[in-house]
Write a protein that binds this ligand. Sequence first.
Ligand code: ATP
Ligand code: MG
Length: 683
Amino acid sequence: MSIQQRLAKLNPRQQEAVRYIDGPCLVLAGAGSGKTSVITTKIAYLVQECGLNARRIAAVTFTNKAAREMKERVGQMLKGKEGHGLTVSTFHTLGLNIIRGELKALGYKPGFSLFDPEDAKALLRDLMNKDAQVDAEQINTVQHAISQWKNDLVLPGEALSHAADDDEQYAARVYEAYGRHLKAYNAVDFDDLILLPVVLLQRDPEALARWRRKIHYMLVDEYQDTNVSQYLLVKLLMGERATFTVVGDDDQSIYAWRGARPENLVTLGEDFPRLRVIKLEQNYRSTGTILRAANTLIANNPHVYDKTLWSEMGQGVPIRVVVNRHEEAEAERVASEILTRRIKERAEWRDFAVLYRGNFQARLLELKLQHYQIPYKLSGGTSFFSRGEIKDAMAYLRLLINPADDNAFLRIVNVPRREIGPGTLEQLANYATERGVSLFAACHEMGLEQVLSTRAVERLGRFTHFIDGVRRRMDQGDALAAIRDMLREMDYEAWLYQNASAPTIAERRMANVWTLIDQLEKSMHRDPEEITDSEDTETEGVEAAISRLVLRDILEQQAEEDDSDRVQLLTMHASKGLEFPHVYLMGLEEELLPHRNAIEAGTVEEERRLAYVGITRARQTLTLTLARQRKAYGELMDCTPSRFLDELPVDDLEWEGRADKEDPDKKQARGQDAIAGLRSLLG
Ligand code: ATP
Ligand code: MG
């Protein structure tokens, strides 16, 4: 299909949004109105009609899944080399690319590590424990404060001078030390992926010019969820030219808790007076019934911009509300229904999505799906390789095959505890940076005694000596036995017990570690008949086997790439921008949706937007489920149906399994509606 034919398929407003390339453009519209379609078509338009090199275009969105979907849609439009070098990614990946390209300007060494939130928390714990014993909640509070500062582009000095009370001042001081340590470790955290590029582009005109030459046109999806730093990144990159298109829907802003600023929609108009605002009103995704439910629900929120969405998809079937005895019955119901509906409705597994408020809700459902042998894909859950104990064990394995792996070194040098604190590591990292050697190698250097205390040098020496010993044993003979002995000798198990909230948890974690080692063994003795991508013989060295495990780890993290035919399980947050023929929304109960914290914090509006996002993912059918009883905080509790159910159009809902407890007021109201309807019919 040519680009002209593609354009012709869009409605006039969408076409306008695609064609307008001379200045900043904002498409503001409700769910399913084709905002993402505008972005993908516009990319093709820029390349095929305007002759812009795809390398000069960057399209960003929020989740990996959304980025992948967008890539796929664009991939179908651009042929051959046309799409080469095009950036379609998350904001964070774009930031990561900028950091990679600007390591020198940023003062980082190659091979820098990216700390995940767990790594970051461990560092904070060490830093904070220096002064006084702190608990997990205090660490979380400080971590959250630091994250907010970074998202709002507040640097440590500023945070310190603006601190309103002692607590904030303390957090600001930790923020400062945390930043220094990250730098010493040659590491960045998740929020740095946006913050560092912004700070760099602000203070380094040459770097700014480099990136402006590189990116000529930017497109941003889900703009309502950008935070201050992300907005500044776009603004800096685009500069005076302001050649960008952003699309968003203020009713779908669901990341306020992560620093998202829906006001950025308004700021945009102020910062770019030439901004062209285009509104879309036709929904191409959902049936009339689903759309009406979404519109009615969101009408309960105050609005910046009023929108009216309509659809030509027909009314469709009513929305089902299924009440279950308890949470297990709810999971059972969803799983067994999907099993039968797949056949009845001639659907595929992938046509079904089950959405929920929190990942924990997926556990029971997973069991039920497994029971019925229904293939499913869990997004954002904790996979085997993202478990803490597996990451620890992997870090040991990585360090054994590559002592220069600083990231692995940092992860386990003090796990189990070896009394090697952040201060020591900071000095060690500085020393290693100066010498241009790895942390592990630095431990062996004589000069270290000049910068560290004798005790610290001894402790580091004991650790490297231990690792060296294991390496020697691996070289000499039975590598697996050496690894198993290592785990026993350092008493990792005892450490797990000390750090788990219950012995059974520690037990399971240790079992996971042994499973990993078993897998390693299996992968060393492969079936010679098996088709593989390497030419290794049936027995390969432990090194090759470990690197294959590492690769699997990485692939596992990218497992979302997999588009095989499976039921999709995801949180409402993760479902943004996606669509499915059949959607189940689970747990429509007070305290769950809206979430208890939101009720307490008075942020129910954001929960309503979340429900709006969930509902508008559905194309043909929507099923809402709830339980009458649910285990919470170890106790079986009675649940109240979500207030959002009351906000949906009564006549579009079909209740199942509701005990005869209908609110008498509502019954009466419905009766009166019917009477009024009859009267008007009769004239
Ligand atoms: P969300 O707010 O949920 O992200 P959106 O506004 O980005 O939604 P899209 O995902 O772009 O909406 O489009 C929703 C559906 O409508 C898609 O299946 C898309 O292919 C289809 N669509 C978009 N525009 C048109 C059009 N002009 N004609 C027919 N179908 C369209
Ligand atoms: Mg979209």
